[in-house]
Design a protein around this ligand. Structure first.
Ligand code: NAI
Length: 358
């Protein structure tokens, strides 16, 4: 396997691996390990060219630094991508090679599932490196992060309603959910159990039917859900949903969902604020999954009760973000970035002091 360094300003360590034997073409980006080893999932996606895989891994790794910093997980930010089609290109040899690539970082990067990869892939990868998480609970790992992400998003929606209306009750509130996958359906079930009125959409009709049978609500076409008249729009599908073309169609009072990178660009966060729509920054509200993983990596190993208590801190972080955005007159996205940078700075100070003493 050929591993080469990729220069990337602002990143600690970015490398490309090419392994002709298994067909692996992959990138790992370690953005920042000030607060601990870099944690971020492994994405497998048929990028039309490797350069797009590189820009994706950089953007996602940086996002993980901010998510971990705000959630105080004691972890840094990193990410990995395999350039390939998850439906066609998976093999045992490919994931063994990827495991060796992860291992080359000697624990400074820890991997897990992401879009296009699953538990079985992590098992294969784990044959070549111990630096993998997201394996089943019965194997001593922290299990599926999705229910924890869903709980954090649900609690975050309540904190967002409290900021808007003074009450965190979801009873009778209208919430539109885009995407009924592992997280979106979980958020929907928690909301329905507390009396929220749901409007839902998914590209897969089976998922919609199953959800309506279990939790109730009204289905709309996927292209209509962003324009639903509601209190909270909860994007739980893919990123980039808040952009120039979608902004004028929004009829919600708040945006609060699980998807990563909901804003196409940071300026769309400012535009939401200008339109009076409260935005729950994605990397703050969707941190339940990494919080759960961090508990599994911490002293004493995984404990579901401790994980649950830690996920319950998501609304606290959001309240801090909202309060600073209000007092400084900045967007909530900007305010969340400021909180992340403050936590990083606080982590840097003891390290700098140690170096000065040495
Ligand atoms: P998933 O793959 O289980 O579900 C995504 C769902 O969205 C699928 O049912 C898909 O059919 C649907 N979908 C895709 N495009 C759509 C569209 N245009 N309109 C309506 N539905 C659409 O994924 P999962 O795990 O539920 O994650 C959802 C989002 O949350 C992703 O963006 C993911 O990156 C993010 N996230 C997930 C975490 C986790 O713990 N699973 C943690 C943090 C973020």
């Amino acid at each position: 396997m050929d591993i080469t360094q990729v220069p990337a300003a602002g990143f600690e360590d970015v490398r490309r691996a090419v392994d002709p034997g298994s067909g692996l073409v992959a990138y790992i980006a370690v953005h920042d390990t000030t607060l601990g080893p870099a944690l971020g999932g492994l994405r497998m996606w048929p990028y039309p060219d490797p350069g797009q895989g590189l820009s994706d891994v950089l953007r996602l790794a940086e996002g993980m630094t901010y998510k971990n910093a705000v959630a105080r997980t004691g972890l840094g930010g990193g990410k990995a991508v395999i350039v390939g089609d998850p439906a066609r290109d998976k093999s045992t040899a490919l994931f063994h090679a990827m495991g060796r690539f992860v291992d080359a970082f000697a624990g400074r990067y820890i991997t897990a599932e992401d879009v296009g990869t699953c538990v079985e892939d992590m098992r294969l990868l784990g044959a070549a490196t111990p630096h993998v998480t997201g394996l089943p609970l019965e194997e001593g790992s922290s299990g599926d992060p999705s229910p924890h992400t869903a709980l954090g998003v649900y609690l975050g929606i309540r904190a967002t309603l409290a900021e808007l209306t003074g009450s965190d009750s979801v009873r009778g509130r209208r919430v539109a959910i885009q995407g009924l996958g592992a997280v979106g359906a979980g958020v929907g079930r928690l909301l329905a159990a507390q009396g929220a009125t749901l409007v839902v959409a998914d590209l897969e009709p089976d998922r919609v039917e199953r959800f309506l049978r279990e939790a109730g609500g009204r289905a709309v076409a996927p292209e209509e859900v962003l324009a639903a008249d509601c209190d909270v729009l909860s994007p739980c599908a893919l990123g980039g949903v808040i952009r120039d073309e979608t902004l004028p169609r929004l009829r919600c009072r708040a945006v609060a969902g699980a998807a990563n990178n909901q804003l196409a660009e940071a300026r769309h966060g400012v535009e939401l604020a200008r339109r009076g729509i409260l935005y729950a920054p994605d990397f703050v509200i969707n941190a339940g999954g990494v919080i759960n993983i961090a508990v599994g990596l911490g002293p004493g190993g995984y404990d579901p009760e401790r994980a649950r208590r830690r996920v319950e801190s998501v609304p606290e972080a959001l309240r801090e973000v909202y309060s600073e955005a209000r007092s400084r007159g900045i967007s909530t996205h900007e305010s969340a970035l400021r909180l992340a940078r403050r936590n990083l700075e606080a982590g840097r100070r003891p390290a700098a002091a140690r170096e000065r003493r040495a």
